[in-house]
Design a protein around this ligand. Structure first.
Ligand SMILES: O=C(O)CCC(=O)C(=O)O
Length: 362
C-alpha cells in the first residue's frame, strides 16, 4: 500500500481514537480511587489514555537516563561492547540485526529494553509514582502485585513493528471468552501501562482494537492477524510526553513499523490483581534477560510476595528524591526490606537472583 493510504489510515484512526471517550486526566474520588466514568470507559474499550500524569521534569530525567542506557547497547547481537567500544553493562537489549547493515559495520537497531528498574533509578522512581499506583489499586485492588517492566523504543524511520497480539494467555474459558467480567472483576490478565517520554502519533504509536479484550483470537484454532493488516477498527494510543496509555493485556494490540521522522519511547509498567496471579499455572515469557524464552510455572505466594517488594522499594526510592510529594501507601504484603539503599540495590541486582526472575506473566 502507498504511503498516502497509510497516512489516510492514520488520520481515520486518529478520528476514531478521539471519538471513543476513553481519554482525559486521571481523576480520583475521595478514597483515592479512579472515578467510575474512567473505569467504565476502560472496561468498555479495553484501554484508556490518561493525559498529563507525569510532569515534564520527571520525563526529562527519564529521557536523559534512557539516552545513556541506549548508548550502552551492544553494537550488534552478541557484542560485549557498545558503539563507542565501552563494555555493555546489561544484556537486556532486544536488537534487530539487519545483516546488510551489520556487514557495513553499522550498529543494530534497539527495539526494546527489558528490566529498566535495575538499569535506571528514574524508572524505579516512576514505578512508585502515586498516581500510577492509585490507578493500579483502582483496577486491581489495594493489594495489587507486579507484572513486568520494559521500554519500547521505536526509532525514527527504523522502529520495528510489534505484531498484533493479545498478551493474556491464561484466564479465558474453553470457548475463548474472557474470565474477566464486564465490570473488571474476575480472573484477569492485568494491563500494560505505557508512559510516554516522546510524542506518540498514529505513525509510531501502539494501536489497540477497542472491545477486543472479551474474546481470545487464539481460541478454537484462531490466529492473530499479521501486522501487515491495517485493521479497520484499530485506533492509535495518542500520547504526549507525560501521558499514559493503559491497555488491558487481553486487548488485541500491536504497532506498525515506524517509518515516521518521530521516534517513540514508552516506558511500560504493569500490575496484576493478586488473586489472578497466586496459584495460577501458565507459561512465563518475561522472567528472562530478554523475552526470547519461556517456561511453565505455577506462581506460589513466596514468588509473588518477593516480586511485590519492588513496589514499596520504588515508593521509598521516590520518597527520597521527590521530597515534597506525598508517597503512596501500599496496602499489599511483600517479603524483604522495603528501604531503598545500597544494600537493597545490590540485593535486587544479585546475579542469578535479580528481581525480574520473578516477573509475572499471566
Ligand atoms: O508499545 C508497543 O509497541 C507494544 C507494546 C506491547 O506489545 C505490549 O505492551 O504488550
Amino acid at each position: 500500500m502507498s504511503d498516502q493510504s497509510f497516512e489516510a489510515y492514520c488520520e481515520a484512526g486518529r478520528q476514531r481514537a478521539l471519538a471513543l471517550g476513553n481519554r482525559g486526566p486521571a481523576t480520583f474520588d475521595e478514597h483515592g480511587r479512579l472515578t467510575q466514568d474512567i473505569l467504565d470507559a476502560y472496561y468498555r474499550c479495553g484501554f484508556y489514555v490518561f493525559t498529563g500524569v507525569v510532569d515534564a521534569d520527571e520525563i526529562a530525567e527519564l529521557t536523559q537516563e534512557f539516552e545513556s542506557v541506549l548508548e550502552n547497547a551492544p553494537v550488534n547481537i552478541g557484542s560485549k561492547v557498545d558503539r563507542n567500544g565501552q563494555s555493555v553493562r546489561h544484556q537486556y537489549y532486544t536488537l534487530s540485526n539487519d545483516n546488510e547493515a551489520v556487514a557495513k559495520g553499522e550498529p543494530s537497531v534497539v527495539g526494546l529494553i527489558s528490566h529498566p528498574l535495575m538499569m535506571m533509578d528514574s524508572a524505579l522512581r516512576l514505578y512508585g509514582h502515586p498516581d500510577l499506583l492509585r490507578i493500579a489499586a483502582s483496577v486491581h485492588g489495594e493489594d495489587f502485585v507486579p507484572f513486568h517492566e520494559s521500554i519500547f523504543h521505536k526509532g525514527a524511520g527504523e522502529g520495528p513493528p510489534t505484531n498484533w497480539h493479545q498478551d493474556g494467555r491464561t484466564h479465558w474459558d474453553e470457548t475463548g471468552r474472557a474470565l474477566e467480567q464486564p465490570d473488571g472483576t474476575g480472573k484477569r490478565h492485568g494491563y500494560n501501562l505505557s508512559v510516554a517520554c516522546s510524542q506518540c502519533t498514529p505513525a509510531n504509536a501502539l494501536w489497540v482494537v477497542p472491545g477486543s479484550h472479551r474474546e481470545w483470537c487464539l481460541a478454537n484454532g484462531g490466529e492473530f492477524p499479521s501486522i501487515s493488516e491495517r485493521l479497520p477498527d484499530a485506533v492509535p494510543a495518542l500520547l504526549e510526553p507525560g501521558d499514559c496509555g493503559m491497555v488491558n493485556r487481553s486487548s488485541l494490540h500491536g504497532s506498525y513499523a515506524n517509518r515516521s521522522p518521530d521516534r517513540r519511547v514508552t516506558v511500560l509498567v504493569g500490575y496484576h490483581n493478586r488473586d489472578s496471579a497466586i496459584g495460577t499455572e501458565t507459561t512465563n515469557v518475561h522472567a528472562f534477560p530478554i523475552p526470547n524464552k519461556k517456561k511453565d510455572i505455577c506462581y506460589d505466594e513466596n514468588y509473588v510476595l518477593r516480586r511485590a517488594r519492588m513496589i514499596p522499594l520504588a515508593i521509598d526510592a521516590r520518597r527520597q528524591h521527590f521530597l515534597n510529594e506525598t508517597p503512596f501507601v501500599y496496602q499489599g504484603t511483600w517479603i524483604g526490606s522495603a528501604n531503598w539503599n545500597e544494600k537493597t540495590r545490590a540485593e535486587i541486582a544479585q546475579p542469578g537472583d535479580e528481581y525480574w526472575r520473578r516477573d509475572i506473566t499471566l
